[in-house]
Design a protein around this ligand. Sequence first.
Ligand SMILES: Cc1cc2nc3c(=O)[nH]c(=O)nc-3n(C[C@H](O)[C@H](O)[C@H](O)COP(=O)(O)OP(=O)(O)OC[C@H]3O[C@@H](n4cnc5c(N)ncnc54)[C@H](O)[C@@H]3O)c2cc1C
Length: 493
Amino acid sequence: MSETFDTDILIIGGGASGLAAAIEAGRRGSKVILLEQAAELGGMMNWCVGTVSAVNTPGQKQLGISDTTQAHFEDLATHAGSLAPRDNLALRRVLTDNSTDMMNWLLDLGIVFAPPMIDPPQRVARMHNVVPSSQSFAFHMARACKAAGVDIRLGTGCESLIEENGRVVGAMAKRASGTDCYVARQGVIRATGDYSGAADLKAAFGKPDVGDVEPVAATSTGDGYRFGMALGGTVANGDIIRGPIMRFVPPRETNFIQKLPPYRIVGHAISWAMRMLPQFILRPFLMKFLTTVLGPSPELFKAGAVLINEQGQRFTDELRSPAASVAKQPGKNAYIVFDQTLATKFSGWPNFVSTAPGIAYAYIDDYRRCRKDIFHSADSIEQLAQQLKMPPTELAAALRHYNESERGERAPIAQGPFYALGPVRSYVVFTDGGLRVTDRLEVLRENGSVIDGLYAVGSTGQGGVLLEGHGHHLGWAFVSGRLAAACATSPRR
Ligand SMILES: Cc1cc2nc3c(=O)[nH]c(=O)nc-3n(C[C@H](O)[C@H](O)[C@H](O)COP(=O)(O)OP(=O)(O)OC[C@H]3O[C@@H](n4cnc5c(N)ncnc54)[C@H](O)[C@@H]3O)c2cc1C
């Protein structure tokens, strides 16, 4: 049965920016309904490493770091490098001017961060890493929504926007038992994430070759762009698509540490431990918190590791952007195969297997201890092949061929035991195009006029601002979500 619901503010999407907007609008006294298509809140935010960059924070002050919004603004251009001329400077200013307030707001919600770290070429340490994990964000933001009286409806996907006399006044959304009409008096805020999972949009914005490369976050269906464009909105920087990028598959099972509720006290205990405890106690513990997809270092391949598909075949030159060919392999899976000589080399600084939040760099032993699901070793190549369920003769032939005629200057794979890390898969991690918006997050038509009643935030409303370096995507999502809610609840006169 179809119903009609009315509200002041309708928020579509319950990830980083949508939750931020909902809390803000609810706290300002508006009636708020938030629609989330998935069965749980968080979206791509749940996949995050959890870095947030901000200046003049309590964390910086504790370390005696002096920083300014202007320095942050300038450093973002350095991060962007050759892309910098394409940046939206007005929105960059919005981001940097509001980062201090945003961080204080996150801390007030109960979210805990480790002391800030340097993220070169940023000039000072302003990258804050959430602890115990990125699950903290949705957990504490959902609590704040509840306290602010926000009506959250999970499993409810928006299907279209309703426009009347040039103004967006609501949306149609589908739940299991029917499609309902939502009428919003003050405005509709699109917070539906990016288009990393939308083959049509990736192709339309200039990268047809990544159309069938899977996203990390399956919730990134690109709906906000389609609906915005249908009303005359346009997309800035749509061709900036982060992928294909190779990543280890995420852990299949949740361990007991990941099941700990991310209460403030747990976060403070871990933050304390990170400052006080020796690395050998801390490393295995912090590695167990990782739920996201980590990327193998290209140095592994330069040192002689090879990529092998499920059929035991080497299928690409690992030194020439191999991620695209990983996506074309059977099952889209590959394994990084190497020998004891390389394993010894990648056991300590400066040769790391991947970066890893909390411990900075992860080495072979970190993977051996904490990622048993993707760590494989055997005394012989044949035994390794059996573990990986690939034909032993194929793997042996592939490695022989590599050693004898393909490796060039790279080390041979000859000294047992033999190792494989994987599966690795190729992903579009995220996309950086966004609907063009004003500095109040109102969606713009191609002719520069505002679509009344429609706001876009987070990735959907990225508006051409470049978010290079770590911790700026979440920063933009939180800042833009809060600002749109403030603007929608106090519209222009
Ligand atoms: C592996 C990984 C690590 C990352 N690490 C970091 C990091 O450490 N720091 C950082 O700053 N950024 C990081 N990011 C990027 C960051 O996660 C995103 O930029 C951020 O979550 C975007 O917020 P958002 O609100 O725009 O979208 P999301 O957080 O993805 O939320 C969008 C929500 O909208 C919902 N939705 C979509 N369509 C509809 C519809 N039609 N109806 C209803 N609901 C809908 C989705 O289900 C989803 O829940 C990372 C991304 C990845 C993939």
